[in-house]
Design a binder for this molecule. Structure first.
Ligand code: NAP
Ligand code: GDD
Length: 329
């Protein structure tokens, strides 16, 4: 039987790596878009960590170069396209608003255009974000909650989100959006708060540093495990009709509480080590995100499987091992 074929943009990122692994396990032929880097030796570190680097066909391309996307779509002719590539770090989006708009916003439209022009039979997934809820308009956010983006990143994601809806309605593309709440893992970028904390805990535990500087400890997020969340992406593309889905755990926790879990797992007290550095505060903050995943549960049969306690413990354990071996990711 001919394997199903998928193309992932952002395959070298956290979600791209877990999704590639998930699809390979299901017999897919997996292709990924790779942007050229002068550090080619480290760019596939996540794929290597999962032991799948040699199992994916990588194609040279960039979300800002429509010609490269049309070429790759035409060559691969994938049954499923997952658009995960983005400038995804919210704080950087104030320092690089134009790049964020070009990659996170217009880049998604480039992928939609490439699908429409080169292979409209493909099913399309857009990585939308709970950041689009921003200054929340309802205490618990669902697909029906109005958006209020609070950063250049969120505004760019909102544009990409509505363009996905528009291509579905205008051209009949099988285009779905997953409005994913924060999801973490040992493969999370070190700049995001959970990984910064678990890496900090490991360093402090091993005597490599004494303090960890953080910004807003009161911010609350609905944190799940990336491994669970890529399954929801795939389930969306297995539905007869394209649609939009909130993907979340339904539990919200503060940065402070996540610190307590991570430090506690290593037998440390966060109060002895965490310091607040005002330079890490954001020009406009998203104070709280709390998702309602009822639609994903009802229509996709999806539910988060990993507790926050288990997630924090896994991340601390992996970071302790990495620090002991002087490995970096
Ligand atoms: P990530 O780890 O930052 O990965 C981003 C990926 O995009 C990397 O593979 C990166 O390549 C690639 N990329 C960046 N600019 C590109 C360009 N111009 N052309 C081609 N590729 C480019 O992000 P993630 O956490 O896996 O998230 C995946 C997607 O879901 C993102 O769109 C993110 O905004 C969205 N999202 C994430 C979450 C979350 O909590 N993780 C929640 C909601 C939505 P390099 O490896 O070369 O940098
Ligand atoms: N990064 C970071 N570093 N965040 C900190 C720190 C710190 O030192 N101290 C406190 N925080 C707070 C931030 O102010 C924010 O309120 C919260 O921790 C989470 O920050 P991040 O982990 O950077 O994630 P994010 O919520 O801004 O964005 C992530 O989730 C979105 C989905 O809601 C990213 O993955 C986005 O790409 C994604 O769309």
């Amino acid at each position: 039987m001919h394997a199903k074929c998928a193309l992932i943009t952002g395959v070298t990122g956290q979600d791209g790596a877990y999704l590639a692994s998930f699809l390979l396990e299901r017999g897919y032929e997996v292709h990924g878009l790779l942007r050229r880097s002068a550090s080619a030796d480290v760019v596939d570190a996540r794929l290597k960590w999962l032991g799948i680097a040699g199992k994916i066909t990588l194609h040279d391309g960039n979300l800002t170069d429509l010609s490269s996307l049309i070429r790759v779509l035409g060559e691969v002719r994938p049954a499923e396209v997952y658009n995960l590539a983005a400038q995804s770090f919210v704080k950087s989006s104030w320092q690089q608003p134009l790049l964020t708009g070009a990659v996170t916003g217009m880049g998604a439209v480039n992928v939609l255009e490439a699908v429409r022009i080169a292979y409209p039979e493909a099913r399309f997934y857009q990585a939308s974000s709970s950041e689009m809820f921003g200054l929340i308009q309802e205490p618990i956010q669902s697909e029906k909650t109005p958006f209020y983006p609070r950063s250049p990143y969120a505004a760019a994601k909102l544009y990409a989100h509505w363009m996905t809806v528009n291509y579905r309605e205008s051209f009949g593309l099988h285009a779905s959006s997953g409005i994913l709440f924060n999801h973490e893992s040992p493969l999370r970028g070190i700049e995001f708060v959970t990984r910064k904390i678990t890496d900090g805990v490991a360093r402090i535990k091993l005597g490599l540093s004494e303090t960890l500087a953080l910004g807003n400890l009161d911010a609350k997020r609905d944190w799940g495990h990336a491994r669970d969340y890529v399954k929801a992406m795939w389930l969306m593309l297995q539905q007869d009709e394209p649609d939009d889905y909130v993907v979340a755990t339904g539990r919200t926790t503060s940065v402070w509480e996540f610190c307590e879990l991570a430090f506690g797992h290593a037998g440390l007290r966060m109060e002895d080590h965490v310091v607040v550095d005002e330079r890490l505060l954001r020009p406009a903050e998203v104070d709280v995100l709390h998702g309602n995943p009822a639609k994903a549960k009802e229509k996709l049969g999806w539910a988060a499987e990993t507790s926050l306690e288990a997630l924090a413990a896994e991340m601390v354990e992996v970071d302790l091992e990495r620090q002991k071996r002087h490995e970096h990711l």
